[in-house]
Write a protein of this length. Structure first.
Length: 549
């Protein structure tokens, strides 16, 4: 449990995604939400959404009532400069000033006498005929706007034009389609698919510096920490889809680190060789010339000691992602002047793209983007260690040489919570801080043996047969896993972004091949018992890209 506590403390930095400003903010007297002032210092909100249908009605004394959609604004970070060629949002012209005309009494028109032609109606010269026109405080009443494919005006709550859909509250059940003749500027429903990949360069932290091989004078020739893999390159890939009009997403991610086998060979230079594990003095083996302890066989007969370690880590996770608090949802945008076509390398094809710092519809505004996730993760750690002793008096490793093996496999299954903060430093650059933490059940298996191809070592207390050191055991225990990620991102276009940074991953409550080396051989069962109480800490830089289509 002390190791699980380490992971919990290690990953608390990634849980800073709670949007505290949403709780600090208040509401205006009319009940509309007012974003926190401290988040608006660098805010670039879109213009208020203007209704395209007769949603405004003339009131006495020139007062007007605007629709709910016209009272809302959408938080939209400026798109990359090369993309900002939107035509200006059409605005209502000011109402024409009609001068008050003097009232001129008209001549009374008498019905024509029988047989006479009707009299013509004349106005006094210099005065226009009175007309009646609808006058609005903000201009003439607009005619109904473009009509969606399902026959409703584009400003209707059920039609998600680039303005109406984005402005409508997520709880109003608005569709996320696009009006057939909707205007181009402003946010719009986001393209549904996204994905990306990264290269990571892992290092193992906190390795044990205990001596593993020495000469007869106790000079250290090999330590446990020397068994770290040389190849540090790994990769991850993820893909997902938005749903609920961009309010949620499902993200699937796979990570693999499979470095090449590490091999260290220590020859006897004349000072002798010793495998440092005092417990081996209580285990014996008979290779045909009589029984001897395993410790003495390495010490007296080894012309060289060869250590091989093979490590493999892979992970698969499925996360349900939400973007901030109070029903926030992702939006997209598109421009015909993007660097690689209208919306990236492959064009928009009628879809609007977004990303980590793309447009976002939510109650709390500003440059900060928040996403939280809940998911399921499978994490597998395989670790194999073999210590070969060339003890048969012949060059090379053959059938009569000693082979000490410690092989573990950990399979962690469980729930994880994650969060990520993206702070927009401009229309292109962003600062990312994220983390994940999970509680897992670890199904760990341990295989241990000391053998030649024809003989098996045994515990002195049990003897050959009952005490044979060729065991395989498994156990299920509690484990914890956490990640912390700090990095920078850059939007190449609306659809493409690159990112890089530094990542730390800690898995505690796991078994490693070095940590499972028995420290006593009172019985074969106790020597082969699973002890999943190690911590594996990986850290390193990464670089990758993300794409929305």
């Amino acid at each position: 449990m002390r190791h699980f506590a380490l992971v919990l403390g290690f990953s608390l930095g990634g849980l800073a995604a709670i949007d505290c400003a949403a709780f600090d903010s208040g509401y205006a007297a009319n009940g509309t939400y007012q974003p926190p002032a401290r988040w608006n210092n660098f805010r670039h909100p879109a213009a208020p959404i203007q209704s395209a249908s007769p949603a405004q009605t003339a009131m006495p004394f020139g007062a007007t009532v605007q629709s709910a959609a016209a009272q809302n604004t959408i938080e939209e970070l400026p798109v990359p400069e090369g993309n900002r060629v939107y035509p200006p949002v059409p605005t209502m012209p000011p109402a024409p000033v009609v001068p008050r005309q003097p009232i001129v009494p008209q001549q009374q028109v008498m019905p024509p006498a029988p047989g006479m032609a009707p009299q013509a109606h004349y106005h006094q010269p210099g005065h226009a005929a009175p007309t009646v026109a609808p006058v609005h405080a903000h201009g003439p009443i607009a005619s109904p706007g473009p009509v969606a494919s399902h026959g409703q005006p584009c400003d209707a709550p059920s039609c998600a034009s680039p303005y109406a859909a984005a402005a409508a509250s997520p709880w109003q059940g608005s569709s996320c389609g696009t009006c057939a003749t909707a205007p181009a500027p402003g946010p719009r429903p986001i393209a549904p698919w996204f994905g990306g990949s990264s290269l990571m360069f892992w290092n193992i932290a906190g390795s044990d510096s205990t001596p593993l091989v020495t000469d007869d004078s106790s000079m250290v020739l090999l330590r446990n920490r020397d068994l770290e893999p040389n190849d540090d390159t790994s990769f991850d890939v993820h893909a997902g889809r938005y749903f609920g009009c961009g309010q949620y997403a499902v993200d699937v991610e796979y990570m693999l680190w499979d470095p090449e086998c590490l091999c260290r060979q220590v020859p006897d230079s004349g000072a002798g060789l010793r495998l440092i594990n005092p417990a081996l003095q209580t285990a014996s083996i008979n290779r045909g010339a009589g029984a001897t302890t395993v410790y003495d066989d390495y010490d007296m007969n080894a012309a060289s000691i060869q250590v091989i370690r093979d490590l493999r880590i892979q992970s698969l996770e499925v996360n349900l992602v939400g973007f901030g608090l109070m029903g926030a949802r992702r939006l997209g945008s598109c421009s015909p002047a993007a660097p690689w076509g209208s919306c990236g390398l492959f064009g928009c094809n009628g879809k609007a793209c977004g990303g980590a710092i793309g447009p976002l519809a939510r109650a709390a505004g500003g440059r900060l983007r928040i996403q939280n996730s809940h998911g399921f993760r499978w994490f597998q750690l395989e670790d194999e260690l073999e210590i070969g002793g060339d003890v048969d008096g012949m060059t090379g490793y053959g059938a009569n040489d000693l082979y000490y093996k410690s092989i573990v496999e950990n399979n962690l299954f469980g729930y994880q919570f994650g969060s990520r903060l993206s702070y927009c430093m401009g229309s292109r650059a962003m600062l990312n801080l994220g983390g994940k933490i999970g509680i897992y059940g670890n199904d760990a298996e341990f295989f241990h043996s000391i053998t030649t191809t024809t003989a098996t070592a045994y515990t002195n207390s049990q003897g050959a047969g009952a005490g044979d050191l060729y065991t395989r055991q498994s156990d299920i225990s509690l484990a914890g896993l956490g990640e912390l990620d700090l990095g920078l991102g850059y939007r190449i276009s609306n659809c493409w972004s690159v990112n890089g940074g530094y990542r730390v991953l800690a898995a505690c409550g796991v078994a490693t091949a070095v940590g499972q080396m028995p420290t006593q051989y009172t019985s074969a069962a106790t020597a082969g018992a699973v002890r999943a109480d190690d911590c594996l800490i990986l850290h390193g830089a990464y670089i990758g890209f993300d794409y929305n289509w």
